[in-house]
Ligand binder design. Structure first.
Ligand code: DX5
Ligand code: ZN
Length: 219
């Protein structure tokens, strides 16, 4: 599970990360938005650096920014453990992915609901994970787009065909209802914001989403 702190209280981010640790999250999902690639502006390297000081959980930094080629380094230096860049927003995808790996972080490519899976083929040799968006990025709390299920299966097929062991992460509208669907399709790392931080008992919500996903895998 990858709780997205986008839906947490921004005046208490340290507490949100501490909660993620206690609740048994696998990573903390950090949404970086630039106001250009997506119509929202969130957090940048100083906040990633501050979060890094407060947790031992890996920071999963999702860059929704144009020309990540030029600034990916900032996030690597700030302590990101996983970095995903959007295929729609990179000039040289394989080069960016190699930069991420060279810094010792896991490299991910993200793709929007409208982007065909074929678009990520050129980066596939350099990815550790593929982030399939199940909403149009920009805001938390949106509804899951079922088109993502077919996308996840196609990505799984592509990875298999390439002999890649990269994992599939899914992001947007994940809750107890959609978690089993995306896991059955091939996703293994689930991002959830609103369905965790928007609930009265976030720890119980995280566990319920995890259990729902695991049930689809017979675990
Ligand atoms: C959306 C972000 C997501 C967002 C998910 O652009 O990339 O990570 O926080 O939020 P929920 O789970 O509320 O859809
Ligand atoms: Zn995200």
């Amino acid at each position: 599970m990858a709780p997205s702190i986008l839906s947490a209280d921004f005046t208490r981010l340290g507490e949100a990360v501490a909660f993620a640790e206690t609740a048994g999250a696998d990573v903390v999902h950090v949404d970086v938005m630039d106001g250009h690639f997506v119509p929202n502006l969130t957090i940048g390297p100083p906040v990633v650096r501050a979060l890094k000081r407060t947790t031992t959980l890996p920071l999963d930094v999702h860059l929704m920014i144009d020309n990540a080629d030029d600034t990916v380094d900032w996030y690597l230096k700030a302590g990101a453990d996983m970095v995903s860049v959007h295929v729609e927003a990179c000039r040289d995808l394989p080069a960016v992915l190699r930069t991420i790996r060279a810094a010792g972080a896991k490299a991910g490519v993200a793709l929007n609901p409208a982007t065909p899976v074929s678009a990520i083929a050129e980066g596939i040799a350099d990815v550790d994970f593929v982030l399939v968006m199940s909403v149009v990025p920009g805001f938390g709390g949106q509804s899951f787009m079922p088109v993502a299920l077919e996308k996840i299966s196609q990505v799984a097929d592509l990875l298999r065909a390439c002999g890649s062991s990269a994992e599939i992460e899914v992001d947007g509208g994940i809750d107890e209802t959609t978690a089993p669907l995306v896991c059955a399709a091939g996703a293994r790392l689930l991002v959830a914001g609103n369905a965790i931080f928007g609930r009265p008992d976030p720890a119980a919500a995280l566990e319920a989403i995890r259990a729902a996903g695991a049930s689809a895998l017979g675990r």
